[in-house]
Design a protein around this ligand. Structure first.
Ligand SMILES: *[C@@H]1O[C@H](CO)[C@@H](O)[C@H](O)[C@H]1NC(C)=O
Ligand SMILES: *[C@@H]1O[C@H](CO)[C@@H](O)[C@H](O)[C@H]1NC(C)=O
Ligand SMILES: *[C@@H]1O[C@H](CO)[C@@H](O)[C@H](O)[C@H]1NC(C)=O
Length: 158
């Protein structure tokens, strides 16, 4: 399998340290084409109403908005798993995290040694560099961002 699908950058930023802080937000390259993403966040008070604004950018002389810019109700999604694009992203990382439960969210949230697996990417994606930005809202107010960049190179050998 000659495809490359790996993280190239990550950024986490809280806007309200009395609700959410990050103790870890980083990448670790373990081989040429596998990069682990590790995030540790702490939520100090239960979050019952969570919205996520997801945007996908594709790089072409700087990142350009591409395909997707939507706000999703995270609590409704985690109950019903009904949004196909969100489900695709969720399926990529669910086995690496402790967020597989319904709202509220409180305490330590962990994503550990998460790497991208092309066989879970069940949509055609043009080769390129992408950025997925997630802006998280609790009680309708922005609390933090988690933005990741990744590169995808199609299997050129098959
Ligand atoms: C995440 O991306 C958004 C654009 O969707 C940007 O406004 C924000 O500054 C970024 N946050 C970080 C921590 O890079
Ligand atoms: C920041 O977090 C505190 C503690 O949970 C909360 O009471 C407050 O409303 C939050 N501020 C904003 C602007 O969301
Ligand atoms: C966790 O995920 C699995 C598979 O997606 C699901 O079957 C299970 O019910 C989930 N567990 C909880 C507590 O949500």
């Amino acid at each position: 399998d000659a495809a490359i699908f790996k993280f190239t950058n990550v950024a986490c930023e809280t806007y309200n340290k009395s609700w959410v802080t990050f103790s870890q937000c980083r990448l670790k390259a373990v081989s040429r084409d596998r990069v682990f993403l590790n995030i540790r966040a702490y939520i100090y008070y239960p979050a019952h109403r969570i919205m996520v604004r997801g945007k996908i950018f594709k790089r072409a002389n700087g990142y350009k908005p591409w395909l997707y810019d939507k706000k999703v109700d995270a609590c409704a999604f985690i109950r019903q798993k009904s949004n196909p694009l969100v489900l695709l992203v969720y399926n990529l990382f669910k086995d690496f995290s402790n967020i597989n439960h319904t709202c509220p969210y409180e305490g330590e949230q962990v994503i550990k040694d998460f790497y991208l697996q092309q066989d879970l990417l069940r949509v055609p994606l043009p080769s390129g560099d992408y950025m997925l930005t997630l802006q998280w809202y609790f009680d309708k107010k922005p609390q933090f961002d988690t933005n990741v960049s990744f590169s995808f190179v199609e299997n050129i050998i098959s």
